[in-house]
Each structure stands twice: as structure tokens, then as C-alpha cells.
Design a binder for this molecule. Structure first.
Ligand code: ZN
Length: 139
């Protein structure tokens, strides 16, 4: 599997946005978008549900302050991957739980300053993943 790494500013609630974006893949809409603020660049994640799979695209725009209404196609394609929804949700859950184990909710708030750990968002995604994906991996 290929990897993608960005260093994200604490100005947006990035972990919550990621959890909410993946949670959205269990709802009515086939496309979910959210952006990470790379100060000043925008890394825009576009998740498209296709049956049991999710097509993930990350596009980069030079300036988050001006790019919020710029269409996806104008951004630089940084990374793309197609994964089963269950694998994506599982990976995001495990990553978020690892963050909580490593830093604790108090430590997370001290580091991230503007946003508390997204406990509710994590719980919601875990519930949907377990109920809808039939994931056989350990949780
Ligand atoms: Zn799982």
C-alpha cells in the first residue's frame, strides 16, 4: 500500500473532519470532502463511494484562504487510492484510537489547543463500521 503524509495545522479540527468524512460514507451521499490546512496550502480529500469501495483522492491547492471554492480539478493531484470501505474505516479508527492511547484526551487538547479529541465522532464511526461492514479484524 502507498502512503501519504502531510503535516497539518491545528487551526482546523483535522482528526474530527477525517472521522466525519469517513462516517459520511455510511450515509446517503456518495461523495465526501474535507480539507486539511497545511498553512498556507490546502490538502483537499475527496472520498467517492463506489459500491463497497471508496476512491480516495487528495488534491493540493497553494492557498487555503482562497481555494475553498476552487473546483477539485484545479488542484494538483497528490495521491489517489481505491480501498474497500471497511479497510478505510478500520484504518482510520485504529489510527484515531492510537492517537488517543498515545496522548490521552487531555494530552491531545494540550497539543492541538483549539479542539478536543473527537470522542463522539470516533464512537459514531466505530458503531457504523461494526454494524455495516461486518469487519472481522480485531478492535
Ligand atoms: Zn474493523
Amino acid at each position: 500500500m502507498t502512503k501519504h503524509l502531510d503535516v497539518v495545522s491545528y487551526c482546523t479540527n483535522a482528526l474530527a473532519d477525517l472521522l466525519k468524512g469517513v462516517t459520511g460514507l455510511y450515509g446517503l451521499y456518495d461523495v465526501q470532502r474535507f480539507s486539511f490546512d497545511l498553512e498556507p496550502a490546502e490538502a483537499r480529500w475527496i472520498l467517492r463511494r463506489r459500491g463497497d469501495n471508496v476512491h480516495i483522492t487528495i488534491r493540493r491547492f497553494p492557498d487555503m484562504m482562497t481555494s475553498f471554492d476552487v473546483p477539485d480539478g484545479k488542484g494538483t493531484l497528490e495521491w489517489t487510492s481505491t480501498r474497500p470501505r471497511t479497510s478505510l474505516a478500520h484504518a482510520v479508527l485504529m489510527a484515531a484510537e492510537k492517537v488517543r492511547r498515545t496522548h490521552g484526551e487531555d494530552g491531545y487538547l494540550r497539543k492541538w489547543v483549539l479542539h478536543p479529541f473527537p470522542t463522539t465522532e470516533l464512537k459514531t464511526l466505530r458503531h457504523l463500521h461494526l454494524a455495516a461492514d461486518g469487519c472481522a479484524l480485531q478492535h
